[in-house]
Ligand binder design. Structure first.
Ligand code: RP5
Length: 163
């Protein structure tokens, strides 16, 4: 089946974070592709990727980047597909630089910005599945089941000393 979600990131060094996006999409059985596309090191590739995404069948793009994190915003400038931005935790500033670079978009070009780091990567996958689930009842049910299991885990094991 063709990938519905494109996971892109500015560097291979972002993969330890962005793997959580892939893990969530695996769990929810959503098809995706993964690729390094750098706003600064491969700008032409970025433009090609963003411009061709819709015609290739992608429905949502998830872009993770750290530091001067221009990837999500630049991709959003070149496609009408929804773009979710994941601020990767940077070495120098712990990801605050990434967050501000991604979240402060000018009005008129939208990026849905997630939390810094692993939680943001995980939630980007979940949110992409929820977006796709609005047109896919089976997927919506899998999302609901995931949420229910999460709730049950907490309720069944409320003692914090038990793993
Ligand atoms: C950004 O610069 C990448 O998204 C990455 O988070 C950061 C550092 O990249 P490397 O120097 O580790 O390749 O473009």
């Amino acid at each position: 089946m063709a990938a519905a979600v494109g996971i892109i990131m500015g560097s291979k060094s972002d993969w330890p974070t962005m793997q959580y996006t892939a893990e969530m999409l695996d769990k929810l059985q959503v098809e995706y592709e993964v690729k390094v596309v750098s706003a600064h090191r491969t700008p032409d590739l970025l433009f090609d990727y963003a411009k061709e995404a819709q015609s290739r069948g992608l429905k949502v793009i998830i872009a993770g980047a750290g530091g001067a994190a221009h990837l999500p915003g630049m991709v959003a400038s070149q496609t009408a597909l929804p773009v979710l931005g994941v601020p990767v935790k940077s070495r120098a500033l712990n990801g605050l630089d990434s967050l501000l670079s991604i979240v402060q978009m000018p009005g008129g070009v939208a990026v849905g910005t997630l939390a810094i780091g692993d939680a943001g990567a995980k939630n980007a996958g979940l949110l992409a599945a929820q977006i796709l689930g609005t047109h896919d009842q089976d997927l919506q049910q899998r999302v609901e089941q995931f949420r229910q299991e999460q709730t049950d885990d907490v309720l069944e094991q409320p003692d914090p000393r038990n793993p």
